[in-house]
Each structure stands twice: as C-alpha cells, then as structure tokens.
Ligand binder design. Structure first.
Ligand code: SAH
Length: 222
C-alpha cells in the first residue's frame, strides 16, 4: 500500500519535534523512525493519531509505545548492522520493524498468538524479511538462538529474567522496564564477561510481562 505524502510529513515532524528536540541523537535510529510507517501498526481508525506523542491501544489490552520511548530504548541498545537482537513482546510489530532496520536479524517473541500473527502479516507486507517470530513466554528467552548482541523487553517485569541475562553476548545490553503495573524504572544491564553493569535510565509505564519470570497470568474471573 502506498505511503501517502501526509504520513511521510507526519513522520518527519514526529522525528523533529518528539525525538531530536528531546535528545535522540543516533542518526540511524532517527532514520529508521523516519522510514517505518507507524500508522500501519495501529488499527485503520487510528491512523490519523499514529504519529502523535503518546502510546496507542492495539487491541487485546495491549499498547504500542509512544514514539519517543521506542526511539529511546532503541538508542540505548547501541545496535550495529551485523547484530542479532531479541525482542520480548512483539505486540504490533512496530518496535521489531525499527530494530529490523538497524540490525542483521530480529528475533521477536509474543505470548498472544493473534498479535504475533497480525504483526507478521504487516511486517511481511512491508517487506521486512529479517525478522523471526515465536509465540510463547519470552521471559524464558530464545535459548536456541542465543547469545544475542542486544535484548529489549517491551513489557514490565518484577526482576530481570535470569534466562535473558544468560542469553546476553559479551558487551551486549538488556533494556527492560522493572517494576509493578503502572510505573516502572527502565533499566539497562550490560554483560562484561562474568560481570554485569546495571544502569537506571528513566521512568516508564508498560503493560506487564506475563510468564515464568514475569507476573502471574491475570485471573479471568476476577
Ligand atoms: N513492542 C510492542 C509493544 C508491546 S506491548 C510494539 O512495538 O507494538 C507488550 C507486549 O508484550 C504485549 O503484546 C503482550 O502480550 C506481550 N507480552 C507480555 N508478556 C509476555 C511474555 N512473557 N512473552 C512474550 N510477550 C509477552
């Protein structure tokens, strides 16, 4: 589907006003945010709002993050073109699309099959063909493909999941929101051989990571 002039303009404005002005500097990240048609990752009735400065609902109680947060988390991964990156929480597929422009290969895990399938269709349509999808509990990582040069978790965990730490390559960053529903600390954990460095980045608000090393599944009857 053609990307009309209006959307390309909206993206340019988004990059200038929401990203550059707030300090996103990595040229490759800015370029990817300028290129990827964010509106395609939200329902058609929300296309007009796709480039606004806030998160949007994508169905099944999940959200696509605010553009600034996507850019900021991506910048913190310090991706290089040959990198293999793991994403937990495919959601709409937008973050995976951005990662796919900056890394060699993206591995993305989503627990809700319907979201994974929808994301796969959009990403295929856009011709982003360096992304592998898996449906399951991403809190356990993707051991068969480890180690990864970067790991990004786009749902909030109580603690950094040990399998994800284990699956970090030497020098790789794990970027992850840590904390309860409603408010979390975005953390960056970097492996240096056997040692880990932990940095606090910024406050964020994500939906919960649900799984073995995340929160318990919400009770359907409550
Ligand atoms: N990165 C997404 C936004 C993700 S919202 C985007 O760009 O649109 C968080 C997603 O994490 C939701 O889709 C939710 O279903 C998923 N999720 C929650 N717990 C998970 C788990 N244990 N493994 C994989 N995905 C999980």
């Amino acid at each position: 589907m053609a990307d009309s002039f209006g959307f390309a303009e909206a993206r340019k404005r988004m990059v200038e006003q929401q990203l550059v002005r707030r300090g996103i500097k990595d040229e490759r990240v800015l370029q990817a945010m300028c290129e990827v048609p964010r509106h395609r990752f939200v329902p058609p009735n929300m296309w007009a709002m796709a480039y606004q400065d806030h998160p949007l609902p994508i169905g099944l109680g999940q959200t696509i993050s605010q553009p600034y947060i996507v850019a900021y988390m991506t910048e913190q991964l310090e991706l290089e073109p040959h990198d293999r990156v793991l994403e937990i929480g495919t959601g709409s597929g937008y973050q995976a699309a951005i990662l796919s422009r900056l890394a060699r290969r993206v591995y993305t895990i989503e627990r809700l099959p319907e979201l994974s399938e929808r994301a796969r269709l959009v990403l295929e349509e856009l011709g982003y063909d360096n992304i592998e999808f898996r449906v399951g509990d991403g809190s356990q990582g993707w051991p068969e493909e480890a180690p990864f040069d970067a790991i990004i978790v786009t749902a909030a965990a109580p603690e950094p999941p040990p399998p994800l730490i284990k699956q970090l390559a030497d020098g790789a960053h794990l970027v992850i929101p840590i904390g309860p529903t409603g408010y979390q600390d975005l953390m960056r954990i970097t492996r240096h051989g056997p040692h880990l460095r932990t940095e606090y980045l910024t406050p964020v608000a994500f939906v919960p990571l649900i799984g073995l090393h995340g929160y318990a599944e919400p009770d359907e009857n409550s």
